[in-house]
Design a protein around this ligand. Structure first.
Ligand code: BGC
Length: 370
């Protein structure tokens, strides 16, 4: 009798587990297409997404496309051939995925644009941080650090470095920052000796550190070779900030410490912050971005109507549901789930340790990934 009871119990357990696994989507495969492994953050994104989805019982196909659009098209085509039920894509080029995403739409495969918006109507939802706010935080930081409101007749010199033209986020970051500083440029409190003040002039293809470095060296050589003081350099992210900081170190003749902004919290940049070569970074917790993406994916795959505002409110982290700012085409508005970025400086590096994703090195001086 005992044997029968334990057999029944074991069977119930197995059945229970099976139904749990099915509810969590055991049979479903999810394609995760990330742009490149050359930047620290996308490695983290890929790893966190894979971990989250697999822990929830999904199979995953993860690809990185070396910042090459053609390779990403192939990666996504392969995912469609592998019968994925959903695609999560952080694009290399927001205009480069039309053919393969039209194919996804024909097959009825939903697409979540992850971090970067894609210009194709196959996209059903966008999950990211509030990208304009990232720029606002950078611009406000410079404004406050230079105390521009109390500058009187004093003037400051600064330069701008933006992101890749293929990445729609670049414009949000740049505009968010520029809008904070434009009034002071117009008043003459801020001067931009290079005269380069548009994203088209200040952009950095592929967000490359080397491209940012050589442009910064050219600017320093052309406009700061005399005693012109450089007060601040607005960089949209950490990979470009790394290039600019390197150029300042090697090619800037002044002895003042230059305010340099960034974004992402890459380990090398956090070391630059400790060493005074970079002043701040805007941190975006991409582990949380993965968690929100999983819950949006689950809601889509459930096939039931989605109450976006309720889903955003149910997240453990602060998340806005935005239905008016992002478009996959001029006619189609894409609902977006937007997380909140945070300013990190030398004074609050422990904030990163508190996320559980970073740790201090043995000397408690620099941060390491956990
Ligand atoms: C991301 C940034 C990143 C940049 C370069 C942007 O789309 O939002 O976090 O620094 O791409 O990869």
């Amino acid at each position: 009798m005992k044997k029968i009871v334990s057999l029944v119990l074991a069977l119930a357990l197995v059945l229970g587990l099976c139904s749990f696994a099915t509810a969590e989507g055991a049979a479903k495969k999810v394609g995760i297409a990330m742009p490149t492994q050359s930047l620290e953050r996308w490695n983290r994104d890929g790893a966190y997404l894979k971990e989250q989805f697999e822990a929830a019982g999904y199979e995953t196909v993860l690809s990185y496309s070396d910042n090459k659009n053609d390779q990403q098209v192939n990666d996504i085509a392969n995912m469609l051939s592998a019968d994925v039920s959903l695609l999560i894509i952080s694009c290399v080029d927001s205009d480069g995925l039309n053919t393969v995403l039209d194919e996804a739409a024909e097959k009825g495969i939903p697409v979540i644009a992850y971090d970067r918006m894609i210009n194709n109507d196959a996209v059903s939802y966008y999950v990211s941080f509030d990208n304009y706010t990232v720029g606002v935080l950078q611009g406000t930081f410079v404004k406050e650090a230079l105390d521009l409101d109390n500058a009187g007749d004093k003037t400051f010199n600064m330069e701008f470095t933006g992101g890749a033209s293929t990445d729609p986020n670049a414009a949000y970051f740049f505009n968010g920052a520029y809008d904070q500083l434009a009034p002071y440029i117009e008043k003459g409190t801020i001067k931009v000796p290079s005269g380069q003040t548009t994203l088209a002039q200040c952009g950095t293809e592929q967000w490359s550190t080397d491209v940012a470095l050589s442009r910064a060296q050219n600017i320093l050589g052309s406009f700061y070779a005399d005693d012109t003081v450089l007060d601040a350099w607005l960089c949209s992210n950490d990979s470009t900030s790394a290039g600019v900081a390197q150029a300042i170190e090697s090619d800037y003749k002044g002895s003042n410490s230059v305010i340099v902004t960034g974004q992402d919290g890459d380990i090398a940049n956090l070391a630059n912050i400790v060493d005074g070569k970079q002043t701040m970074t805007v941190y975006k917790n991409v582990a949380n971005e993965a968690v929100v993406t999983l819950s949006v994916a689950k809601a889509i795959l459930s096939g039931e109507a989605i109450d976006g505002a309720a889903l955003a409110a149910a997240q453990e982290v602060e998340c806005a549901f935005d239905t008016s700012s992002y478009f996959s085409s001029p006619e189609k508005n894409t609902p977006a789930f937007l997380l909140v970025p945070t300013v990190v400086t030398k004074d609050n590096l422990s904030y990163l340790v508190d996320t559980g994703l970073y740790q201090w090195d043995a000397d408690q001086k620099y941060l390491l990934a956990k």
